[in-house]
Design a protein around this ligand. Structure first.
Ligand SMILES: Nc1nc2c(ncn2[C@@H]2O[C@H](COP(=O)(O)OP(=O)(O)OP(=O)(O)O)[C@@H](O)[C@H]2O)c(=O)[nH]1
Ligand SMILES: [Mg+2]
Length: 424
């Protein structure tokens, strides 16, 4: 089966903790601080790979965890960093953070690397905090946690041209006649179950990529036939080649076919109808096709139709040139519509550093990315470290804000899962 969606839990490595350490040497009573920094946690990086065509691998990989950074050591030694993990994904993979619903990455180029989950930074050791006034700091930072979330992966095939039409109109026959792609061809409907890509060389040196897509039927936008799963691939193509069986082998009316397919495209996404369409009358080698073509032109008023026979390779060169010229006209490849989400552990400067939320139990919660980050970096088993945290949040104005809300000495205040007693 063709797999074009997958879910995976991503967990980047935590940063290693900084440590508190003092230099020791024979006959030296107490040396300077020399606690090193923790190593950064490993990132999870997705890499675009043109050789891959499905997300099948992710069905065996439910969870990707990058290694943590090591803690810092004495003698100013840094902890080793967690190695980043590189995962190959097919071109056209869109990654969504399912916890927030935001698009994280859209991988469209071979070799393109996107950090989809950033490892936490290592905490600084006590040697980092030494200065002329404070020569023997006895606190350090903990490492930041790595980014983690449930990711949804979706593959949207990238091609210049999408072959669109009812089942059995000859889409696969066409791609196999104009490129080296060899999809299955047969007289029954839905022979093609997954998109095939083929590179077409124009005799004048140009080339383009064609996607042979599974057939559409009425109601596809509602999920009938192979449904929406493949309509979405058409979103990524620059032009549409609309293939019609002009011989009406299956007993349908070609005019009806044409209208129904356009109706499906429009119902799925209005923008699909804005894409340039080249209309191809196929199976012109069969009896009745010429008459049907005249009738088609009359009924629709469309004159610009390319008549071919994919099976007997009639008029294929004209089609190829026509596609290449049209692609030249629509040179601008639609850029990915998504802005990459900042998957980093970051906060915007202009953002409120914190907000106070009154919970049902009457306790104030101090929330906000900045305050939570400070909190995660604090080692609560170490008094000086806690004092430093208290000073940092006082400097941010948390104490004043709480007092304004009427919080008094001895009242409980929460940050993340921790409860504190409020003291001035
Ligand atoms: N005579 C004739 N038969 C053709 C032509 N093109 C395709 N066929 C036949 O039509 C049938 C369907 O062809 P396919 O290429 O599998 O059609 P498709 O559009 O890919 O069909 P699905 O994958 O089911 O959507 C096959 O039996 C082909 O041999 C043509 O130009 N002339
Ligand atoms: Mg086919």
């Amino acid at each position: 089966m063709f797999i074009d969606t997958a879910k995976v839990f991503l967990k980047a490595g935590n940063g290693g903790n900084g440590i508190v350490s003092f230099h020791r040497e024979k006959y030296v009573a107490k040396g300077g601080p020399d606690g090193g920094r923790g190593g950064n946690g490993g990132n999870i990086v997705f890499v675009g790979e043109s050789g891959l065509t499905t997300l099948l691998d992710f069905h065996y990989k439910r969870k990707i965890v990058a290694p943590n950074g090591q803690n810092g050591m004495g003698n100013n030694m840094y902890g080793a960093k967690g190695e980043s993990i590189y995962i190959k994904v097919p071109l056209g993979t869109v990654v969504t953070n399912l916890d927030t619903g935001k698009i994280v990455a859209d991988i469209t180029k071979h070799g393109q690397e996107v950090i989809v989950a950033r490892g936490g930074r290592g905490g600084r050791g006590n040697s980092f905090f030494a200065n002329s006034r404070h020569t023997t700091p006895d606190f350090c930072e903990k490492g930041e946690p790595g980014v983690e979330y449930n990711a949804g992966l979706e593959l949207k095939v990238l091609a210049d041209v999408g072959l669109v039409g009812f089942p059995s109109v000859g889409k696969s026959t066409l791609i196999s006649s104009i490129s080296a792609a060899k999809p299955k061809i047969a007289a029954y409907h839905f022979t093609t179950l997954n998109p095939h890509l083929g590179v077409v060389g124009v005799p004048d040196g140009r080339s383009f990529i064609v996607a042979d897509l599974p057939g559409l039927i009425e109601g596809a936008h509602l999920g009938l036939g192979l449904g929406i799963q493949f309509l979405k691939h058409i979103e990524r193509t620059r032009i549409i080649v609309h293939v019609i069986d002009m011989s009406a082998t299956d007993g349908r009316d070609p005019v009806d076919d044409y209208k129904k397919i356009n109706n499906e495209l429009e119902s799925y996404n209005l923008d699909l109808m804005k894409k340039p369409q080249i209309i191809v009358a196929n199976k012109m080698d069969l009896p009745g096709a010429l008459e049907n073509l005249e009738y088609f032109k009359q009924e629709t008023g469309i004159k610009d139709i390319i008549s071919i026979s994919a099976a007997t390779r009639q008029n294929l060169n004209e089609l190829i040139y026509r596609i290449a010229d049209k692609l030249d006209e629509v040179k601008i490849i639609p850029e990915p519509i998504y802005e990459a989400e900042v998957v980093e552990y970051n906060f915007k400067k202009e953002e409120e550093p914190f907000t106070l939320v009154l919970c049902d139990d009457g306790v104030y919660n101090v929330v906000g990315p900045m305050i939570e980050k400070l909190m995660q970096k604090t080692d609560f088993n170490n008094d000086p470290s806690i004092r430093r945290f208290a000073k940092q949040i006082r400097d941010l104005g948390v104490d004043d804000a709480l007092r304004e809300k009427g919080v008094k000495d001895g009242d409980t205040v929460r940050i993340l899962d921790y409860e504190f007693e409020f003291y001035d």
